[in-house]
Design a binder for this molecule. Structure first.
Ligand SMILES: [Zn+2]
Length: 93
């Protein structure tokens, strides 16, 4: 272990080796361990490259409409309850 530079965190020797590593599984079944792209968990060859992956936000179906807020749920519940009562009254008459 004298002059050997290992990328295992335990055998760290240089500050640059502290960077997060790619966790992609290689064909050997081990982790890739190449430096991960900044802000991502994978290296540039395993899906960390610029522009890879899905679009973020609304473009990828992530909507926030307020349809299921507590207020909206309560309102919906109240309206369906009232409707049920009205239907009951209508059926009786
Ligand atoms: Zn990788």
């Amino acid at each position: 272990m004298a002059d050997e530079v290992s990328i295992k965190p335990i055998h760290r020797r240089w500050p640059m080796q502290d960077c997060p590593r790619c966790g992609a599984r290689t064909r050997q079944g081990t982790a890739c361990l190449a430096p991960a792209v900044r802000g991502k968990k994978r290296c540039r060859m395993h899906g960390g490259a610029k522009g890879s992956g899905g679009q973020s936000g609304r473009a990828n179906g992530r909507y926030r409409t307020g349809r299921y807020t507590r207020e909206a749920n309560e309102m919906r519940q109240m309206v369906t309850g009232l409707l049920r009562e009205v239907l009951k009254l209508v059926e009786k008459s």
